[in-house]
Each structure stands twice: as C-alpha cells, then as structure tokens.
Design a protein around this ligand. Structure first.
Ligand code: C5P
Length: 410
C-alpha cells in the first residue's frame, strides 16, 4: 500500500466509462483506502447506487441536500474529510462546470470547498475532447487551479469513434493518485526555457519596431511543460502571472542576455518568440519630432540567438525553433533547422486566415533533425503545445536509449 490509508472522494459523472469505477473502488479498497462515491445526477443512468454502496462500504452521495450528514452541509463535511478528490470519468460537462466554478452538483461544490489535490480522468467522444472549449477548460483547471489531469487515451470509443477519449486504465489512475507524479509528469527533473511574444526594438521613448506575435503559443508551451513537471523559465515580452519563473524582456538583446545566462543549466530551449532580426543603430532619448521631411532610421542586424546556441549547445541539450513563413514553408523550415543546427522546428504558414498570430489556434508542421515530419491540422495552441512537448519527451527518451547503447558498447 502507498503510505497511509487515504480518504478518497470519487466523483462519477455521466459517461459510459462509469461502470469501470466498480473495479476501481474494489482495487482502492484492497489497497486499504476509504472511498466515498459522489454521483452527478446524470451518472445514475450509468451506474447504480446499491453496488457502489456495497463495494465502497460507504453511503453513496448524490444530493446536495442529503440528510445523511447532520452537523455541516454535506459538501463541506465531505470536502473537509477528504485527502484527495478523483473525478472519473469526467465528462466535458463536469469539466466545464469545474473550470467555471458552477456548483449545481454536489461534486462541483466539493471541488470549490476543498483544498486537497484534485485528479481528473476525462472520458468522452474525440471531438468533444478536442473541442476548443474543453481544451480551454482543461488549461484553466491545470494552470489556474493546479488540478492534475490523467489524460484520456487513444482507442475505440463506445460512441463508435476511434481516437482520443478513452478513460485512462484503472491501473494508471491508481498509480497517478497514489504513487505520485512520474506518470503524469514526464518532464520532471528537466529545466526548460520557453520564450514567448514578439521583441520590441526601441526607436525613441514612444516608438518601437515590433511584430504581430501575441505570445499565446509560447505561453501554452510554458504551461504545458510546467504541467508535465518541468522546471520552466518563461522569458516573455508579454506579462504573465504564473506560479513558475517568468522573466519579462523587451528587446532581442535583452532576450539573448537572459537566455544565455539560463541556458547552461537548461535541458531544452523552446524558442517560440518572434525575435526582431534588426534594431535601430541608435535610440533617441527624446521623442523624435515631426518634420516636413522624410527621416531614415538605420538598422543593424540582431544576432540570431538560435544559431549561436545551436552551434555551442551540449550534446544532451535540445533546441526547438519556430518558422513562420508566407511561402515555401517546409523548404524554408528545413533550411533553418539545418543552418541553426537545432533539433526540431515548428513551421507555420502565416497566410492562412484566422489562425496563427494573435489567434488561439494554429496549424503547423513539425520537422525534426532525424527527418520526421508531422502535420497538425487546425487546432488549439494548447493542443499543439502538448504535441510539441510529447515530441520533446520522445527526444529525451531517445537520448537515454542512445546513452545506454553507448555504455553497452564500452
Ligand atoms: O530565421 P527565422 O527568424 O525565421 O527563425 C525563426 C526562429 O529563430 C524562431 O524560433 C526565433 O525565435 C529564432 N530567432 C532567433 N534570433 C533571431 C531571430 C529569430 O533566435 N534574431
């Protein structure tokens, strides 16, 4: 058994995967834990109170106004006595309610009333899982509330679809809630620098040369890497209120200084920021006055940060760059990948309307140094960030394998 017996609140919502909770309760009981089941009103269509009661040896709660607990309101009593809350299966609906703080179900009221760790095992149709709103809600639960997601898996779904949406196995759920983070935090122990936003090259106290980058992709990457356990340093031109380290910068030179001071101790750099290639040679201390003649601002090249680091990086450090282009997208990205000697590049076509700059969505092609290519159709930047982080995990894994291999050769 993992440590002491835990009081686990199991919130079951209205999904077909609810039937798997019969086994989950038995397994948790066998491991010596106390499980109290809270059903949503819809969950009663999928599981019955009586077997849940017998398997858990506890009263099964459903009603906000249950008379079972006398001294305190039922949601407060249950919240105060819990060591952890598990929502499994978690439907798109209950996830949305949890993200918005809606308390029309006993389980969502408990979520608001408790301070203990909350684990969510989503299960739903692939389209519902991939829907922008669900992904946004998941992002809120992870980044703002610190909930831990036990991701749904790829498989044949009861609704007839084949894709992501299958609830994680009971084994995985138990491992995650009892034995900690290694299952859900594959980037634990890795330090990752993520850059976000667009640099501003100052002309005078009111003017600058900038670009259209909103920083959304970089932020999504930093949040995802953080939720996967990485120690994140976000170097950003846009303010971000996060629990991990955020260093605000303005110009390409400031960005370069921060990255160079952090990179030696980093395992990876994800360069999502749009860095200005040029800066004014001189910066005016006073606002440049309007005159009746044209003015010329002389520009000088900014150093290519990726190219410098790609040349000098240690073998085990991973560098990921971005390539926004309006033509020859893939060809140009491959050239940059090779020229900058980086491990992966994310290419996107900035001419496609509605996506990319400033949008919550994008469509990209991921190219790696070993020649792999993956096209991600239009989807949220959060989903793209997850793909990129998973690819990064693959690269770390391959490095481990290679090291083992080299060691065996000696
Ligand atoms: O060559 P290009 O500027 O298109 O490459 C884009 C990639 O290079 C991005 O990842 C960007 O952050 C990075 N970059 C850089 N230093 C610059 C310009 C771009 O590291 N001066």
């Amino acid at each position: 058994m993992s440590g002491q017996s835990k009081n686990i609140i199991l919130g079951i919502s209205a999904g077909i995967a609810a039937y798997r909770m019969y086994d989950l309760i038995s397994e948790l009981k066998k491991l010596g834990h106390n499980v109290t089941v809270v059903l949503t009103s819809g969950a009663k269509h999928f599981v019955s109170e009586l077997p849940l009661k017998i398997l858990s040896s506890n009263h099964v709660y459903c009603d906000m106004f249950s008379p079972e607990i006398q001294n305190k309101p039922v949601h407060i009593e249950l919240a105060d006595n819990a060591d952890l809350v598990l929502l499994a299966p978690a439907t798109a609906d209950i996830i949305a309610k949890a993200a918005c703080g809606i308390c029309d179900e006993l389980i969502t009221s408990i979520l608001l009333a408790t301070h203990v760790p909350v684990y969510i095992a989503p299960a739903m149709n692939t389209n519902m899982w991939e829907h922008f709103t669900t992904q946004k809600n998941i992002e809120t639960l992870v980044t703002k509330l610190g909930y831990k997601i036990i991701p749904p898996e790829d498989g044949d779904l009861a609704c007839g679809y084949s894709g992501v949406g299958h609830i994680a196995s009971n084994e995985k759920i138990i491992k995650t809630i009892l034995y900690g983070d290694s299952e859900t935090k594959p980037l634990l122990g890795k330090k990752i620098i993520v850059t976000a936003g667009g640099t501003r090259e100052v002309i005078d106290p009111v003017r600058f040369i900038g670009n259209k980058s909103s920083g959304k992709m970089g932020l999504a990457l930093a949040d995802t890497a953080n939720s996967m356990g990485a120690e994140v340093v976000l170097v950003s031109t846009v303010p971000a209120d996060r629990k991990y380290q955020v260093i605000e910068v303005e110009s390409a030179q400031e960005l370069q200084e921060v990255i160079e001071s952090e990179f030696d101790r980093a395992d990876a750099l994800i360069m999502a920021a749009a860095v200005s290639d040029f800066r004014p040679i001189t910066t005016s201390k006073q606002k440049i006055k309007k005159k009746n003649e044209d003015i010329t601002i002389e520009l000088t090249r900014n150093p290519d940060i990726l190219e410098i680091l790609g040349r000098t990086k240690r073998e085990k450090q991973v560098i990921i760059g971005f390539s926004a282009e309006s033509e020859n997208i893939e060809k140009n990205a491959i050239e940059k990948l090779q020229k900058k000697k980086i491990d992966m590049i994310i290419a996107n076509d900035i001419t496609i309307p509605d996506i990319g700059f400033g949008s919550d969505e994008n469509a990209v092609t991921i190219l790696t140094r070993d020649g792999s290519k993956e096209i991600l159709q239009r989807q949220s930047k959060v989903q793209i960030a997850r793909h990129i982080c998973n690819k990064l995990i693959d690269i770390f894994e391959t490095m481990k394998e290679t090291k083992k291999h080299d060691f065996n050769k000696k």
